[in-house]
Design a protein around this ligand. Structure first.
Ligand SMILES: [Ca+2]
Ligand SMILES: [Ca+2]
Ligand SMILES: [Ca+2]
Length: 150
């Protein structure tokens, strides 16, 4: 049964590039978030069926997107997560740090694309309690590595 779904999903993915064959393709019945088949052609990053959840720490959300920094749910290992309000340029916002180890959603599902972290000294944004923050590693310029004015 699972193989049948996989074959149909692959067929549909190929078919979507040819709009004329949409009807023959019979795509609709095979696409469902919650069927435990990751249908990439429909934007699914994951699908764990009944385990898709909004709970902190769940790996896959009910919309079949991977949990992680930016989903607005405070997961384990996240210092904060304000969803779309995460910002790397606004003072005191929750930072969304790019994970250099991240390859892509399908090759490294356990390696998150971003880390959520509270605003900090060194993020290049002057936050509350920081006289300055130039984001560089030069300690004896106008702004020290501890975010103090020299
Ligand atoms: Ca699915
Ligand atoms: Ca999160
Ligand atoms: Ca800062």
């Amino acid at each position: 049964m699972l193989n049948k779904f996989l074959v149909l999903a692959v067929t549909c993915a190929a078919c979507l590039t040819l709009s004329a064959c949409e009807e023959e393709c019979d795509c609709a019945p095979t696409h469902e978030c919650g069927n435990q088949v990751v249908e990439q052609a429909y934007g699914e990053e994951c699908d764990r069926g009944s385990l898709n959840s909004l709970e902190p720490g769940a790996s896959c959300r009910p919309d079949c997107l991977l949990a992680g920094c930016g989903d607005g749910i405070l997961d384990p290992d996240e210092e904060c997560d304000d969803g779309t309000a995460n910002s790397n340029t606004l003072a005191d916002a929750c930072r969304q740090i790019v994970n250099p180890e991240f390859m892509n959603y399908f090759d490294t599902p356990d390696d998150p694309a971003f880390f959520c972290r509270q605003a900090f000294c060194g993020d290049g944004v002057v936050d509350a309690q920081e006289p300055c923050d130039d984001g560089n590693d030069i300690d004896d310029d106008a702004c020290s590595n501890a975010c103090a004015l020299n």
